[in-house]
Write a protein that binds this ligand. Structure first.
Ligand SMILES: [Zn+2]
Length: 141
């Protein structure tokens, strides 16, 4: 019994080693990697390329969210005329203007428990019937 076990273990180990070596390739250029099994890149150049790409993706994500937040603020600001402090609007109208409800910079909860969603200095309070009460933050008044 022990012989067969050792025999199969030998086959398993013998097959496994070349398989893992075959799968190990530089994440950037695809060259086969030699040396340490935790290596991901063939050289510093490929490591830098990879890290710069990762950074560029991060920057792209941040830029997209910042742009969405700025657009949200611009939409809210455009609704409030100079003499008005609040405006009521249906949620769908905001969506039609390009407002993205998932992005906001901070929340403000009143003592009565109403939570306003702010995009910088402009915000809204969700009201009944899918309405929104758009407000200008105190910091601009
Ligand atoms: Zn490489």
């Amino acid at each position: 019994m022990s012989f067969f076990y050792d025999f199969f273990l030998y086959l398993y180990l013998d097959n496994r080693q070349p398989m893992t070596n075959l799968l190990k390739e530089c994440l950037v250029c695809g060259k086969p990697l030699k040396g340490r099994s935790d290596k991901k890149f063939c050289n510093d150049y490929c490591r830098n390329v990879y890290n710069n790409q990762a950074k560029a993706v991060d920057n792209g994500i941040i830029r997209n969210i910042n742009n969405a937040l700025k657009k949200n603020r611009q939409i809210l600001a455009s609704l409030i005329e100079t003499e008005k402090i609040t405006v009521r609007i249906h949620r769908d109208q905001l969506v039609n203007l390009g407002f993205q409800f998932k992005w906001h910079t901070h929340l403000y909860t009143t003592q009565k428990g109403a939570t306003y969603y702010f995009c910088y200095d402009y915000g809204y309070l969700p009201t009944s019937g899918d309405g929104c009460l758009v407000v200008r933050g105190k910091e601009t008044r």
